[in-house]
Design a binder for this molecule. Structure first.
Ligand code: OAD
Length: 258
């Protein structure tokens, strides 16, 4: 067992309530790109102001809609890895373990995690731009391009407004209730696992600070340093697909590789 894993087990043995806060690094080993990694991150290839704001959508709805359709298709084509499955399994080790994710790819749910709070929405929940009326995901398949080309968004069947992805864009409010629930959870948690996030996008980046202020242990799992690293109770420099199965096995709940 690595020394980081030993220390994590020590910190978690006495924990009853645990929150796992995850970011794009959690899905990286499934083949979903992160945002800020220098060469492979989405924001090193695309300008977020051209793709991930309401203004960008108003300027060029077909470009933005097409880009999200291609992300949706790519996310559907991959599956959860051993780290996602280990996190789902870890629910058995504690009185409560709830996942709070910034990811929109649905991989935690597909791995079997029980409650997942999606702070930044979901690629699988389309709705109309003006009225917020939900749009049947069943219609999306026929529209989704293989590559990220422009796709004119369909019109809402209720009000005619164009359809947009159900993700949170820069400058938008997070889903009602999600932040409050996440805040409450970390305040009540004995330990918070912070996995694969650069800890720079707020309000999610504030959650580990809230946890620390309330006396929780914060275990960061990330191969790189982040602004959280100096304050974390433990900085475990490993990837999610390596650290989480090791941790789960060390706590007595091994997952198979299947
Ligand atoms: P980032 O791309 O900012 O950060 C990913 C983090 O994951 C980095 O700290 C990496 O070092 C780490 N990482 C990379 N590979 C990893 C692996 N295999 N295992 C563990 N960690 C790994 O992604 P987020 O922090 O999730 O928001 O970004 C937050 C938000 O910014 C996103 O939800 C998105 C983006 O703009 C919106 O689109 C609103």
């Amino acid at each position: 067992m690595t020394s980081e894993c030993e220390r994590a087990v020590e910190l978690l043995r006495v924990a009853g309530r645990v929150t796992a806060l995850t970011g794009a690094g959690m899905s990286q080993e499934s083949g979903v790109p992160t945002f800020r990694d220098a060469l492979t991150g989405l924001w090193s290839q695309y300008d977020p102001m051209e793709l991930a704001t309401p203004e960008a959508y108003r300027r060029n709805p077909a470009r933005v809609f097409g880009w999200y359709l291609s992300r949706w298709r790519k996310a559907r084509a991959v599956g959860p890895h051993g780290g996602h499955r280990a996190l789902a399994e870890l629910e058995r080790a504690f009185e409560e373990l709830i996942v709070v994710t910034q990811n929109v790819d649905g991989l935690h749910r597909r791995a079997g995690s029980g409650e997942v709070i999606e702070l930044h929405g979901s690629l699988e929940a389309f709705r109309c731009f003006d009225g917020g009326h939900p749009y049947d995901i069943g219609h999306i398949e026929a529209l989704a391009p293989a590559a990220d080309s422009e796709v004119e968004p369909p019109a809402c069947e209720t009000c005619g407004s164009p359809i947009r992805p159900g993700v949170v864009w820069f400058g938008e409010m997070l889903p009602p209730g999600a932040v409050e629930r996440a805040w409450h959870l970390v305040q009540q948690s004995d330990a918070v696992l912070v996995i694969g996030t650069s800890s720079v996008v707020y309000p999610a980046a504030e959650l580990p600070n809230v946890a620390l202020a309330a006396g929780a242990k914060v275990i960061e799992i990330n191969p790189q340093e982040t602004p959280l690293t100096p304050r974390a109770s433990l900085a475990w420099h490993a990837t999610a697909a390596v650290a989480l199965p090791e941790l789960t096995a060390a706590l007595g709940f091994p997952v198979s590789d299947a």
